[in-house]
Design a binder for this molecule. Structure first.
Ligand SMILES: NC(=O)c1ccc[n+]([C@@H]2O[C@H](COP(=O)([O-])OP(=O)(O)OC[C@H]3O[C@@H](n4cnc5c(N)ncnc54)[C@H](OP(=O)(O)O)[C@@H]3O)[C@@H](O)[C@H]2O)c1
Length: 263
């Protein structure tokens, strides 16, 4: 039997096991996907080997650690500096990032856009900034503090804090902060956000399964909105595709995983 796991802290809320187990069941694969909390970051890859896993996903807060610890990093993860998918290949652990492409697939239903503004500067912001640039969308990063902006400066992105930000129109505004996850806060000052929304077409929040104050405001101001559910779905579809070495079409995997959202 093949064995997969989600690694993170916490992992009890993760719906990755539901998505992957449903797809394996549907596609008649003899496999199982479990949850494993990792409290000590240095134990990530040793735990992968100890559990004799065939693959794993990595969530908050271990994506950067996973990047540093795996034997080889492939694809866009090399630019992002974070991996969310680990695949066993012979005795090596190969790291990939499917969050980035998952995000891009999630915004495919939005229309034409020239530029985007990312609120927040954490690991998710890195993945989104790198993929938007790959697809030719000019991207600015806006964060409440300077400490995490170094990565973006080094990569040549325009990036600022709230204090030195000069407002201009952006087609897409993306919330990658956890503002609104467990409270009713906005990811940046309200007046600034309202001005940005009044000039934008689309709003995206990486938080899923709840309407954050960010998305509620965007919706009231007439923007086309999307939460992080489809990003979550597509990163899982792409991870499954890597786990099973392109054995199934992406549409087949997606159809199986979509059913899991309905439970
Ligand atoms: N839908 C999906 O598939 C998906 C995929 C990946 C991640 N996520 C979600 O994305 C979120 C962010 O993850 P991450 O790993 O990027 O987090 P992270 O590395 O901790 O970064 C968080 C960023 O948000 C900023 N921030 C936090 N709270 C804020 C607040 N109240 N107001 C303004 N800024 C705030 C931080 O600013 P400072 O630098 O000033 O601290 C930081 O830049 C999590 O909720 C995660 O679950 C969703």
């Amino acid at each position: 039997m093949l064995l997969f796991s989600i690694f993170g802290e916490p992992v009890t809320h993760s719906i990755s096991p539901r998505l992957h187990n449903n797809a394996m069941c549907d596609l008649k694969i003899n496999g199982c996907y479990v949850r494993q909390a990792i409290t000590e970051p240095s134990m990530l890859i040793p735990t992968f080997h100890a559990m004799q896993l065939d693959g794993a996903n990595v969530t908050v807060p271990h994506k950067e650690v996973a990047f540093a610890q795996c034997d080889e990093v492939r694809g866009i993860a090399q630019n992002i500096g974070a991996v969310n998918t680990l695949v066993k290949e012979k005795n090596k652990v190969i790291g990939y990032n499917t969050d980035a492409e998952g995000f891009y697939k999630a915004i495919a239903s939005f229309g034409e856009m020239q530029n985007a503004l990312i609120l927040g500067a954490g690991g998710t912001a890195k993945a989104i900034a790198i993929i938007l640039r790959q697809y030719g969308i000019k991207t600015h990063i806006l964060n409440r503090s300077t400490s995490r902006l170094d990565f973006f400066k080094e990569q040549g992105f325009a990036c600022t804090t709230w204090e030195n930000f000069e407002i201009k129109p952006y087609d897409l505004i993306i919330n990658t902060t956890s503002a609104g996850l467990k409270d009713i806060s906005l990811p940046c000052p309200e007046l600034l956000l309202e001005t940005l929304f009044s000039q934008a077409k689309y709003a995206f929040d990486v938080i899923y399964n709840q309407s954050t104050p960010f998305l509620t405001k965007a919706h009231h101001l007439g923007l086309t909105c999307k939460d992080g559910k489809e990003m979550l779905l597509y990163q899982a579809v792409l991870a499954f595709d890597l786990f099973f070495h392109q054995r199934f079409t992406l549409n087949t995997i997606e159809a199986s995983m979509r059913k899991a959202f309905e439970y």
